[in-house]
Design a protein around this ligand. Sequence first.
Ligand code: 57M
Length: 358
Amino acid sequence: MFFHFLYPLNLDISAFNVFKYITFRSIIAFILATLISVIWGKYFINFMRKKQFGQIIRDDGPKSHFAKAGTPTMGGCVIVGSLAAAVFFCGNFHSLPVLITIFVVTSFFGLGFLDDYLKVLKRNPKGVSAKGKLFWQVITGLLVSFVIYKFNIVDTKIYIPFFKNALVDLGWFYIPFTTLVIVSSSNAVNLTDGLDGLAIGPIITSSISLGVMAYVAGHVELASYLFIPYVENVGELMVLSFALIGAGIGFLWYNSYPAQIFMGDVGSLSLGGFLGAVAVLTKNEILFVLIGGIFVIEAVSVILQVGSYKIRKKRIFKMAPIHHHFELKGWPETKVIVRFWIISACLAVIAIATLKTR
Ligand code: 57M
């Protein structure tokens, strides 16, 4: 609203000219989202506790998790709600990348909410079937990827870090490729969300990286100077990324060990979709493997574990995803979490550093 209703008044009130700047609106969005999520989080937790809408703990998991039974979940409503409120005030809805990202988050929020609603409120442990979830995600991904391809919002070339020139032009194959990026990102974040703060930490570091990438990719001079693809209006995704950083920090205030709330599928699926969509729209589909490295490691650990068990009838890890492996090795939960955060922060710094190495 600031951009659409206050900035046009800058001829009468010159101070409103600041609302033109992405950086200014990003900082406001960060502050707003942090305040809203910290304040709202407290009331949401109390509400979920009063209603006894708590997490059911599976009995085949680490014994240490049994104590978590009944912890309120669906905290993703607070994260995405705070993100939405901050973007409502600070966003630029003329930006197609912004509208596309909002669509992905909304669709995956709806999927996650339905899954959590069935599991937590209706006490149906199955929730939405795995096939049903994947179908919903793939349809969303294909829709978004087709629009990106059809309206040429980004080019179909794939760029890899350190190299100035494109690796390959995928042509129409860019549609399934970008669908894969968005769907994989959503599911990888979902798998990662298995310890207190383990998912939201890398979501915050990834949002910092992607926010910086969005700003430079949407800036004609900077994009040219750094030899990165320019994408019209993609800089506005910095506002959304900074809003997510704030909403994530506010959520972490409560999700830090011992967690008072979990984000639920409503959070993990939607925020994973956010990261995947922003990675595609900023032309960082490959660099995102580095930026979201923790999510990649977690997802690959599951693929390897399931593959190994199916082929060799033997496990590689004590338990997958890999955070459980370290838990069963005797690492305290907090040590696993903070060490994964450290890796994620290092990957974010390296990713940003690749901007100056093309
Ligand atoms: C998403 N959900 C957590 C919470 C969170 C194929 C297989 C790898 C699938 C995977 C699975 O079920 N993944 C589902 C992970 C769950 O967290 C809830 O789910 C939301 C995220 N979607 O917001 O609402 C549990 O995680 C713990 N938790 C915290 N703090 C948090 O801040 O402690 C979550 C958030 C919560 C809580 O205990 O209940 C989860 O782990 O299910 N399956 C697994 O991850 C299981 N692994 C497994 O079966 N491995 C097998 C094969 C299949 C690879 C093997 O290694 O041989 C593990 N998870 C559970 N039990 N719960 C181990 C068994």
